[in-house]
Design a protein around this ligand. Structure first.
Ligand SMILES: NC(=O)c1ccc[n+]([C@@H]2O[C@H](COP(=O)([O-])OP(=O)(O)OC[C@H]3O[C@@H](n4cnc5c(N)ncnc54)[C@H](O)[C@@H]3O)[C@@H](O)[C@H]2O)c1
Length: 245
């Protein structure tokens, strides 16, 4: 098992890639604390527990600083440490630059960028105490390449890559690594919203001519969260069927 007894927090763990990460980490021996605003996460955690894994669900938004601080304190009190933070929660509000409202900009920046800042800042004291930590954040290949209609989203995903590089410099001396994963199109609810016609165009642009399943992405998170990646920090692992090259 690659994460035996590690205590891992996964934001946005109720569905999609976050759920696949939570389920894979549990199979690899971790205790997973899932936090999401979707109540469906409770049933996901219950299913994990009933099949013998260790998981908890908490209905906490990544943007709610006091609730995040209180949850992390509870987790640390219960398990004695926090080893891994997966900053996976993210949203889209797509619109071309000329039509994008300030509200659409603010929502995406608040959740995708400030949420990552809030959760990472809250976890650092526990990881420093432990002299070991893994922070892995959901970027996107859109953060490397841009994407039509995604000014807000692309800005947040590029920002996440830059934050990981910065945290590498600030936190490396405490045994804490910070990396990003940049998926390409992955079959989750986020992508299911895209009209089929547009999805066909996306598919055409992927050299491997397929979209990812959530588990394809989760394996990248597993590597970066594991002891095997102890000399990897400040990088962005692209998992996008060859789109970024
Ligand atoms: N699906 C893709 O093609 C793709 C590609 C590149 C990057 N990503 C990134 O991967 C991550 C997961 O994407 P997904 O496709 O699984 O999306 P998804 O919409 O299926 O799941 C995202 C989860 O985040 C949760 N969430 C949203 N706001 C939250 C908040 N304020 N606090 C806590 N949880 C919140 C949602 O409730 C949901 O469960 C996102 O950051 C996304 O930007 C996805």
């Amino acid at each position: 098992m690659r994460l035996k007894d590690k205590i891992a927090i996964v934001t946005g763990g109720a569905r999609g890639i976050g759920r696949a990460i939570a389920e894979l980490f549990v199979r690899e021996g971790a205790v997973v604390i899932m936090m999401d605003i979707l109540p469906e996460g409770k049933a996901v955690a219950e299913a994990i527990v009933s099949s013998g894994g260790k998981a908890e669900f908490h209905a906490v938004s990544v943007t709610d600083k006091p609730a995040v601080a209180s949850l992390f304190e509870q987790v640390n009190n219960r398990y004695g440490r926090i080893d891994i933070l997966i900053n996976n929660a993210g949203v889209t509000r797509d619109r071309t630059l000329e039509k994008m409202s300030e509200e659409e900009w603010d929502t995406v920046v608040e959740i995708n960028l400030k949420g990552v800042f809030i959760c990472t800042q809250a976890v650092i004291p526990y990881m420093k105490d432990n002299r070991w930590g893994r922070i892995v954040c959901a970027a996107s290949n859109v953060g490397l390449r841009g994407n039509f209609g995604q000014t807000n989203y692309a800005a947040t995903k590029a920002g996440i890559i830059a934050m990981c590089k910065t945290w590498t410099l600030e936190l490396g001396k405490y045994g804490i690594t910070a990396n990003a994963v940049a998926p390409g199109p992955t079959m989750t609810d986020m992508v299911k919203q895209i009209p089929q016609e547009h999805l066909n165009v996306i598919l055409e642009s992927v050299p491997l001519k397929m979209v990812a399943e959530p588990e394809d992405i989760a394996y990248g998170y597993l590597y970066l969260a594991s002891e095997e990646a102890r000399f990897v920090s400040g990088t962005c692992l692209t998992i996008d069927g060859g789109m970024s090259r």
